[in-house]
Design a protein around this ligand. Structure first.
Ligand code: CO
Length: 173
């Protein structure tokens, strides 16, 4: 496995609409493994393929394995979600404001409104379809990562963006 460089906000790949994944071959499996390693190394809670300069519809989301996460997500804490060709098929009416960072925009965070709950569909790394309902923080990360696949960054929709200080503990996506 290889840690791949994460590209910055001025790279045009981050602004492209990524293409659907149709091949789950060895090369694709290497990409998934590399993205997992890159995310854990960063460290971050979410990574989309365009962030490692691959314009394909693939995201990885990681639930922290800390006390707060265990309280909110129970046995799902520490889980890693690999979602290929993700789609949001249902959203709550309710939207909530929260603070987000992005691995492609180091040193900054911002407040963004997101749906409180989403239902997503997608495929696992081998092409098997699944559906997942997510709420709260997990729903936020899924929305942030899926935005990456459509060339959208959180700074486009943030109400406010500011430079991080040492007190900010927002994990980056
Ligand atoms: Co991001």
């Amino acid at each position: 496995m290889t840690i791949r460089p994460i590209i910055g906000p001025n790279n045009p790949i981050l602004r492209k609409r990524a293409i659907r994944v149709t091949s789950f071959d060895k090369k694709f499996q290497t990409l998934v493994d590399d993205m997992v390693e890159t995310l854990l190394d960063a460290p971050g809670v979410g990574l989309a393929a365009p962030q490692v300069a691959v314009s394909q519809r693939l995201i990885i989301v990681r639930l922290m394995d800390d006390d707060e996460s265990r309280e909110q997500f129970g046995e799902d804490a520490g889980k890693l979600y690999v979602v290929v060709n993700p789609e949001i098929i249902k959203t709550s009416k309710e939207r909530v404001e929260g603070v987000e960072g992005c691995l492609s925009i180091p040193g900054y965070v911002g407040t963004v409104d997101r749906y409180e709950t989403v239902v997503i569909t997608g495929q696992d790394r081998y092409g098997k379809s699944f559906r997942k309902k997510a709420s709260g923080w997990l729903a936020r990360v899924f929305q942030h990562e899926i935005d990456h696949l459509d060339g959208r960054l959180y700074i486009d929709i943030a109400k406010e963006v500011w430079e991080v200080t040492e007190e900010d503990e927002t994990p980056a996506e």
